[in-house]
Ligand binder design. Sequence first.
Ligand SMILES: NC(=O)c1ccc[n+]([C@@H]2O[C@H](COP(=O)([O-])OP(=O)(O)OC[C@H]3O[C@@H](n4cnc5c(N)ncnc54)[C@H](O)[C@@H]3O)[C@@H](O)[C@H]2O)c1
Length: 234
Amino acid sequence: MSFFESKVALVTGGARGIGLAIVEKLLENGIKGVAIVDISDESWNTIKQDFQSQYGNKVLFIKADITDKDEFEGAFEKTVHTFKNLDIVVNNAGISGQNWEKIIAVNLEAVIMGTFLAMDKYLPTYRSGKEGIIVNIASLAGLLGLADKPVYTATKHGVVGLGKSLGADKSKNHVRIITVCPGWIATSMTEDVTDDDLKSVDPSHKGKALYVLIVCLLDQGNKERMSNSLIWQT
Ligand SMILES: NC(=O)c1ccc[n+]([C@@H]2O[C@H](COP(=O)([O-])OP(=O)(O)OC[C@H]3O[C@@H](n4cnc5c(N)ncnc54)[C@H](O)[C@@H]3O)[C@@H](O)[C@H]2O)c1
């Protein structure tokens, strides 16, 4: 049996970009079920038919705002109600932009909320095996200072700190926390990234990596897209 066959995952922001790439990889690798939790169903509506014809009822789309505790917890509930298990929670949804309060709410507060819901309640109760996994998608901005994105940078440093702190107690509820720090990846979020922005990325941080641990559990993933990322594993 493959690692994923008995597993169920929940991926926030899974309707497009990196989150969607994670969802696709999980499905390609035979996961039992995956819940996409996203505030917008626009992207989902364009891929829904393909996904459903290819993967049937292995994919559940849940429209929810992860900054709203009831909606976020409701998404966990719907996932376990549908698939009966939950093994992997990927806190991926994130934003950049001008509204610093919103950036903190999505990139940090909701990641903390998703981590605690997973670690304290849903993974210990519903995992199918001995271990649950939380993957928090931070950024190279969690390790470096991006001159023009101070709040985004602060939130990603927060996500890295969260993983370091919680990962210090490896036995906690038999849940492993993995914080992933990707470099630039072409998605809707990075449409406005310029060559000058890219120069500010310290090449010494280009390293072994992956933007998805789950991908790396089984294969090397897409090396080009992963080539300037770091993995932080605790
Ligand atoms: N693209 C990059 O270069 C890059 C680099 C490093 C880290 N990251 C991080 O990777 C993650 C994904 O980024 P992306 O580039 O795929 O972005 P994206 O904008 O393409 O996708 C983000 C998804 O999150 C969803 N989302 C946003 N706010 C939400 C909310 N409140 N509730 C639920 N869903 C919400 C969006 O609808 C969207 O589907 C983010 O955390 C981002 O900070 C991206």
